[in-house]
Design a protein around this ligand. Structure first.
Ligand SMILES: [Fe+2]
Ligand SMILES: [Fe+2]
Length: 487
């Protein structure tokens, strides 16, 4: 198929094989057989836990045809169960070395380093588990989609999270033998929010009950995915690095869906307020009557998603984090661009902690603060889209600013897990927390309002009242394009 080859790297994806791939899968019969044995179980899982009610719909999806960042995807109407999930690795960087930790400078591992086998497997399994979890969390959303365009974006995100599972399962099955195959099977058996077999991380057992949650999730929680993938892309274990580098290209679209989804919601709110002559963003009842989401409720939704996502970074001070870094299995965000010794023996990092009832910043050994640093990088990375949202509000002439809550707000894990901290960063008592939490997080009444607002709008080119149409269509399609043909 005219592929440009570079040793084991193929830039074009082979779609002749049962499992699409750019890794010359047919040359590794044992791996091919193992993955082909897993494939029907994966499809069973997709049919059970994938988007409910839309398995027969023709959806305008993009499929990866290459790993060249320009022009890597084609678009076509596809039934989701027929989506060609496959294994795609970014090209190998010749001469790549381990970027951090005690093996820094040694050639990157092409096989699993024996002494770190268990730790590496755990890192891969934890990442892998989030991928099907998000599909499960979002499986009912198709029914209340505010437009075909949005429905299509939801399904695109869903099939790509499925592909991310494939990316991780490939690593488990190829490099971890029998226990890798067992882990691959268990990934299809755990279920989001299941009492007996829940997903591994807390945020992935939360509900994604409505479209605001979906947009907040894709902006804030997929961004945790971006940060974790970016850190794993720095792994000394080269196959993991290459898998994650390709996943990051897909992840960019998920973040786009989140940012523009919230942005378009804000746009609709501001336009409706202006049209009705409402200037006070806290005139909540009047604003809600316009069929849009008031900005204070958006802030509360954002507070919720930011705080549960911050917990995904784990304890700020962590031996596991230190071990993974020192072993060279997981780097920091943009490790290769950082200017230090990449080993951090004598370095410190400022970590916020609670001491005698006040928040203080302590310099702690940098190695043990790897998670804390990635969390700080994440918080900084969140701000760009928030600034762009605020620009929309400002342009509409409304006096309101969306903000990130304090790092310690509503945390269950890490330094702040045992405390109650307000969005402004004030330590408060349990009683004060209980009295005020409905001002900071969505209340039952807020959920009720959002729930009744989420009426489907499935006509091509039409949009629900609470969300503005996008500026451009997917793949430049016109405004009335039929993104989802219901089967
Ligand atoms: Fe993902
Ligand atoms: Fe994602």
């Amino acid at each position: 198929m005219g592929a440009i080859e570079q040793k084991d790297v193929v830039f074009e994806v082979n779609y002749e094989d049962r499992i699409p791939n750019n890794i010359n899968l047919s040359e590794d019969k044992q791996l091919q057989r193992a993955l082909e044995a897993w494939q029907p179980n994966y499809l069973d899982w997709w049919r059970d836990m994938g988007p409910e009610g839309f398995q027969e719909a023709d959806v305008y999806l993009r499929t990866a045809v290459g790993v060249d960042p320009d022009g890597w995807a084609v678009f076509d109407h596809v039934k989701m169960p027929d989506y060609r999930w496959g294994i795609l690795l970014a090209p190998k960087e010749e001469g790549r070395t381990i970027p951090c930790g005690k093996h820094k400078g040694e050639p990157a591992w092409q096989e699993v380093p024996g002494e770190y086998r268990a730790l590496l497997r755990r890192l891969i399994v934890v990442q892998a588990d989030t991928e099907p979890a998000s599909v499960e969390q979002q499986r009912y959303l198709g029914k209340t989609a505010p437009s075909q365009y949005d429905m299509r974006n939801l399904f695109q995100v869903n099939v790509e999270e499925g592909r991310h599972l494939w990316a991780m399962v490939y690593l488990l099955v190829k490099y971890f033998g029998r226990d890798g195959r067992e882990e691959a099977q268990m990934l299809l058996e755990r279920r989001s929010a299941d009492e007996d077999k829940p997903r591994i991380l807390g945020a992935f057992n939360e509900e994604t009950p409505d479209w605001l949650s979906f947009f907040m999730f894709t902006y804030f929680t997929d961004r945790d995915g971006k940060m974790q993938l970016a850190a794993l892309a720095q792994s000394g274990f080269d196959p993991l690095s290459r898998s994650c580098r390709f996943m990051l290209m897909e992840e960019a679209h998920h973040l786009f869906v989140g940012e523009t989804g919230v942005g378009r919601t804000i746009e609709a709110t501001c336009a409706a307020m202006n049209k009705a002559g409402i200037t006070d963003p806290y005139d909540i009842e009047a604003i809600r009557k316009l069929g849009v989401v008031d900005l204070p409720t958006l802030q509360k939704k954002a507070n919720f998603h930011m705080s549960v996502t911050r917990d995904l970074f784990g304890s700020e001070i962590s031996t596991n984090g230190a071990n993974a870094f020192t072993a060279g299995l997981k780097g920091r965000y943009e490790e290769t661009k950082l200017e230090d010794d990449h080993q951090l023996h004598d370095d410190t990092y400022p970590v916020m902690q609670v001491e005698d009832g006040t928040l203080v910043i302590n310099e702690v050994p940098a190695l043990s603060a790897i998670n804390s640093r990635l969390l700080d990088d994440y918080i900084a990375d969140c701000q760009g889209g928030i600034n762009r949202w605020n620009k929309i509000i400002e342009k509409a002439g409304i006096d309101f600013t969306l903000q990130q809550p304090h790092k310690g707000f509503n945390r269950k894990i890490g330094e702040f897990g045992e405390y109650h901290i307000t969005p402004e960063g004030e330590l408060v008592s349990e009683t004060q927390w209980q009295q005020n939490k409905d001002n900071w997080l969505p209340s039952a009444a807020d959920y009720e309002f959002i729930h009744q607002l989420m009426q489907p709008c499935a006509e091509a080119g039409q949009y629900a009242s609470w969300i503005a149409p996008p500026r451009v269509g997917i793949n430049q399609q016109p405004g009335d394009f039929e993104y989802v043909k219901l089967g």
